[in-house]
Design a protein around this ligand. Structure first.
Ligand code: SAH
Ligand code: SF4
Length: 427
C-alpha cells in the first residue's frame, strides 16, 4: 500500500513539473514515505535523515506516511533536516506545501479519513502490472498493530470506481492487477448495499482484456468460500493467496485478537487448496509476542511444518506505542526472540526451497515486470506470484510461457519455451 501511495506522490510531483533524479544528493526535493508497522522501519528513516543531515547541500526534505500520522510535528523537533511533514490526506497540495516550507518548516497533517488519493495522478511501477486499492484503513484491532491508528477505519471504494479503474488500466496495456487492502476480504461492509469482495473480484476478473487478477491481504477470519469459488472459477483469478496466520498457538492468537483458531486456519487452507487447484499460499508470522512461551512457539513451528507454506514472512515482535500489546506482560527476551526467529526462518527457507524446486521442469506463464536487480536478466512473476529470472534476449512479449530450469532460495530461473507470444500478446 505504501509503494502504491508513493506512485501517487510521484504522480502529483510529476504533474507539477518535477522529474525523478538518480540519487538524493541531486534532488531538489526528497520525500520519505514511511512505515510504522515495526520500530526497525522507523529507525531506518531516522538513519536516512541523519545521513542527509551530514551533507552541506540538500534540497527540501519531506516526510509523509505512517510516521507522519503517528508523530506529526515531533518529527520536525527530532530531525533538523526535515522541512515538511505531511499526511497523504493533503497530498494534492504537495507542490504548494513544498513552496511554502522553503520559507518556514511546517507540519500539515489532515484527517487521514478524509484522504481520497485514488483519483490523483499516478506514476506506475510498470506498464503491465498495477496495484489497485479496494479499501483504505482497517477495522480490525490486532493487539500488536499500529495500522488502524495511523490509517484509520476501513473505507471501501465504490465497486464501480474500482472496475472503471481496471478498465482504464487495461486500455493502457495493463495485463495484471493486484487488488490492495489491509483486509480485502471485509471489503464492502462499510458501503450501503450488499457489495462483497467475492462479487467485486468476479466483476474485476470479468473486465474485458484483464489477464491476471491477484489480491492481498486476506484475513483468515473473513475469507469465505464465496471468494474461493471465484478464485477457482474465473480464469483470470490467479492461484495466489497471502493469508497471515501470525501464530500457531490458540492462546497467542486469542491474545492477538485475531478471531480464529489454529485448527480453524488449518481447515481453511485445506478448503482453499481443494477449491483452488495449484494454489500458492503465503503467510506472515510474528515471533516473540508478549507471553509467547516456548510451547506456544513450538506450536507455531509445528503449524509451519503442517501448513507447508510456499513462503512466509517471519517478523520479530516489535512493541508499538498505544497498541494493546504494548501494555501486556511477559516480554520475550531479545536473545530468545532472535533464536526463535532464526530457527523459524531456517525451517521456512527449506520448505520454500522445496516448494520452488517442485516447479523445476514445469511450464509457467509469467508476466515480465522489468530488469532484475542483478545481471542482464528480466524479473517476471508466475500466476502464483513466484519470481522467475529469465534472459532478456529470450523474451519478445510481456506474457511469455517459460520452462522453469532451476530453483534458488527465493526465486526461479526459466527460459522461454518458444519465441511466439502466448495469447497473441505482441511485444
Ligand atoms: N493488513 C495486513 C498487513 C499488516 S502489516 C495484514 O493484516 O496481514 C504486515 C505484517 O506485519 C503483519 O501481517 C504482521 O505479521 C506484521 N506486524 C504487524 N505489526 C507488527 C508488530 N508490532 N511487530 C511485528 N510484526 C508486526
Ligand atoms: Fe493490522 Fe490486523 Fe488490520 Fe492487518 S488486520 S492491518 S494486522 S489490525
Amino acid at each position: 500500500m505504501n509503494l502504491h501511495d508513493s506512485e501517487h506522490i510521484a504522480g502529483v510531483l510529476q504533474s507539477a513539473g518535477y522529474r525523478p533524479v538518480d540519487a538524493p544528493e541531486h534532488a531538489g526535493v526528497v520525500v520519505f514515505n514511511t512505515c510504522s508497522v515495526r520500530a526497525s522501519a522507523e529507525d531506518r528513516v531516522w538513519g536516512n535523515l541523519g545521513a542527509l543531515a551530514s551533507r552541506d547541500k540538500r534540497g527540501i526534505v519531506a516526510v509523509c506516511g505512517c510516521m507522519a500520522e503517528r508523530l506529526g510535528s515531533q518529527i520536525l523537533e527530532r530531525s533538523r533536516v526535515v522541512d515538511l511533514v505531511f499526511s497523504v490526506g493533503v497530498l494534492a497540495s504537495l507542490p504548494e506545501l513544498i513552496d511554502e516550507c522553503a520559507h518556514s518548516r511546517m507540519c500539515e497533517t489532515g484527517n487521514v479519513q478524509d484522504a481520497s488519493i485514488d483519483c490523483l495522478p499516478t506514476v506506475r511501477r510498470g506498464d503491465r502490472a498495477a496495484w489497485v486499492p479496494v479499501s483504505h484503513g482497517c477495522d480490525n484491532q490486532c493487539a500488536y498493530c499500529v495500522v488502524p491508528a495511523v490509517r484509520g477505519p476501513e473505507r471501501s471504494r465504490p465497486s464501480e470506481e474500482i472496475v472503471a479503474e481496471v478498465e482504464d488500466l487495461v486500455g493502457e496495456g495493463v495485463l495484471e492487477v493486484v487488488l490492495l487492502g489491509q483486509n480485502v476480504n471485509s471489503y464492502g461492509r462499510d458501503l450501503s448495499g450488499n457489495a462483497t469482495f467475492a462479487s467485486l473480484l468476479r466483476d474485476v476478473c470479468r473486465v474485458q482484456g484483464i489477464t491476471r487478477v491477484k489480491f492481498e491481504t486476506s484475513h483468515p477470519r473473513d475469507l469465505g468460500e464465496d471468494i474461493l469459488e471465484v478464485m477457482g472459477g474465473e480464469p483470470s483469478a490467479c492461484e495466489y493467496l497471502h493469508m497471515p496466520v501470525q501464530s500457531g498457538s490458540d492462546r497467542i492468537l486469542a491474545a492477538m485478537n485475531r478471531g480464529y483458531t489454529r485448527d480453524g486456519y488449518l481447515d481453511l487452507i485445506e478448503t482453499a487448496r481443494r477449491m483452488v487447484p495449484g494454489l500458492t499460499l503465503t503467510t506472515d508470522i510474528i515471533v516473540g509476542f508478549p507471553g509467547e512461551t516456548v510451547e506456544d512457539y513450538l506450536m507455531t513451528r509445528d503449524l509451519v511444518l503442517q501448513a507447508s507454506f510456499d513462503a512466509a514472512y517471519v517478523f520479530l515482535y516489535s512493541q508499538r506505542e498505544g497498541t494493546p500489546a504494548a501494555s501486556m506482560e511477559g516480554e520475550v527476551t531479545e536473545p530468545e526472540k532472535h533464536r526463535r526467529f532464526e530457527e523459524l526462518v531456517g525451517l521456512q527457507d527449506e520448505i520454500t526451497g522445496n516448494s520452488l524446486s517442485m516447479l523445476v521442469g514445469t511450464e509457467q506463464e509469467v508476466l515480465v515486470e522489468g530488469p532484475a536487480r542483478r545481471g542482464d536478466l528480466l524479473s517476471a512473476r508466475t500466476r502464483g506470484h513466484r519470481v522467475v529470472l529469465i534472459g532478456a534476449q529470450d523474451i519478445r512479449c510481456p506474457l511469455p510461457r517459460v520452462l522453469i530450469t532451476a530453483a534458488g532460495r527465493h526465486a526461479l530461473r526459466g527460459t522461454a519455451i518458444d519465441r511466439s507470444c502466448a495469447r497473441g500478446q505482441a511485444g
